[in-house]
Write a protein that binds this ligand. Structure first.
Ligand code: CU
Length: 157
């Protein structure tokens, strides 16, 4: 490697970590749309089925401050995930998932996501926060979002 290449790589890494920190990533990070919630604080349970690489719901309406317990049942015989995020965070996550698949490295566990193995049910609790906005719930396993495995969450004041 030339010194220039090393410098550019280091610079790229700094830019990457800066944008990742801004977007979401590590467990200590905050999300504009809320934070992981406690099941005991949940005021509502939303049941979603994952089947034929689709979610059984296209939109979920929530209020800012509301804690929702999601019960996700995967009826396919392969893994799906449920990720909350803004449109741009979801797009970034899809790139990470594709890279992880290509390299064979496992993904870091994100606090705004849950993976559910085929035939299993997973529980995911989230406390939503405003500002009133629309975010997405997606499965970003390569090819799944593209085949329609996505939905929106409308966060109302
Ligand atoms: Cu999926």
């Amino acid at each position: 490697m030339t010194p220039r290449f090393i410098f550019m790589s280091a610079l790229f890494a700094v830019v990457l970590s800066f944008s990742a920190a801004q977007a979401m990533a590590s467990p200590s990070d905050t999300f504009v749309f809320g934070h992981p919630g406690k099941a005991s604080a949940a005021t509502r349970t939303v049941k979603i089925t994952m089947q034929d690489t689709h979610f059984s719901m296209e939109n979920i309406d929530v209020k800012s401050g509301e804690t929702v317990k999601f019960v996700l049942t995967n009826k396919d015989d392969f893994e799906h995930e449920f990720v909350l995020g803004t449109v741009s965070e979801q797009a970034d996550h899809r790139v990470e998932m594709q890279e992880a698949m290509d390299s064979g490295k496992p993904m870091d566990k994100d606090p705004n996501a849950i993976s559910v193995e085929g035939g299993k049910t997973g529980v995911f609790v989230w406390t939503f926060a405003g500002p009133a906005d629309i975010i997405e719930f997606d499965c970003n396993i390569p090819g799944h979002y593209e085949s329609g495995m996505r939905g929106t969450v409308t966060i109302r004041k």
